[in-house]
Design a protein. Structure first.
Length: 243
């Protein structure tokens, strides 16, 4: 719910990005007096969609559940797959080389025809350093924040028919803290519109917390949580673009 609220707040702030750019464009023709380097140089934000590939070492770790049956049962379960989702971000520009902002995302990883999946929602801040490369703007940065993993395991029909007691469905929630390094490049499309392509690899840290507390004790958990993997974000930006 907090992630959705933050995402809505950033969407409502997008008109400010456009207004800020229009105001700057209107004053562009005025004579410029000599002054020190400007600290605040603009504001922008936008909407994003993403796709990626996430994976875990084994299905027990992926579903946060040791009660998946014997090895013959769970060794063939899905432990990786392609995810998809969407998000929003809002950022300010500093000294024409730094972005600082906030973002929120939601993502889903479908795993089995039975409906098993892992979904995640996260929100936090980010900062990146950007430069100029013709009209393109390459950047490198880091995001920091928190979120929650939701894991739903629904056994296939053939597994249920073997033993409905050992292979019940399971639903767990796991909070996490994350570090999200990324690289990207963006291009201006018009005076106040741009496109950004970004690749990240989110590192999730935290202890599993769920109703399956007894089951998770026997899992060899580290502080790093999975599934994890690279994501490609395509972001439509509004506001001041470096040109």
């Amino acid at each position: 719910m907090r992630t959705r609220t933050l995402m809505l707040a950033m969407l409502l702030c997008l008109p400010l990005c456009i207004m800020a750019e229009d105001k700057e464009s209107g004053s562009a023709d005025k004579p410029k007096s000599k002054s020190s380097t400007k600290v605040f140089t603009g504001i922008s934000g936008g909407l994003s969609i993403h796709g990626g590939y996430l994976f875990s070492k084994n299905p027990q770790e992926l579903f946060s559940n040791t009660g998946l049956g014997d090895r013959k049962t769970w060794e063939n379960l899905k432990r990786d797959g392609f995810c998809y989702g969407f998000g929003a971000q809002l950022r300010i520009h500093l000294i024409d080389h730094i972005h600082v902002g906030a973002e929120a995302h939601m993502s889903n990883l479908p795993l089995m025809k039975s409906g098993s999946n892992v979904s995640s929602a996260w929100a936090g801040g980010f900062a990146d350093f950007y430069g100029g490369w013709g009209k393109a703007t390459p950047l490198i940065g880091l995001g920091v924040g928190g979120g929650q993993l939701k894991r739903l395991y629904v056994p296939d029909a053939d597994v249920v028919s073997q033993d409905t007691t050992s292979y019940n469905s399971a639903y767990t929630k796991t909070p996490f803290f994350y570090l999200n390094p990324y690289i990207g490049i963006e291009f201006p499309i018009g005076s106040i519109i741009g496109m950004q392509f970004r690749i990240d690899y989110m590192l999730q840290f935290g202890s599993p917390g769920s109703s399956l507390a007894d089951a998770t004790k026997s899992v060899d958990w580290s502080h790093f949580l999975t599934p994890s993997g690279p994501r490609l974000h395509v972001i439509l930006l509004f506001g001041k673009m470096k040109r």
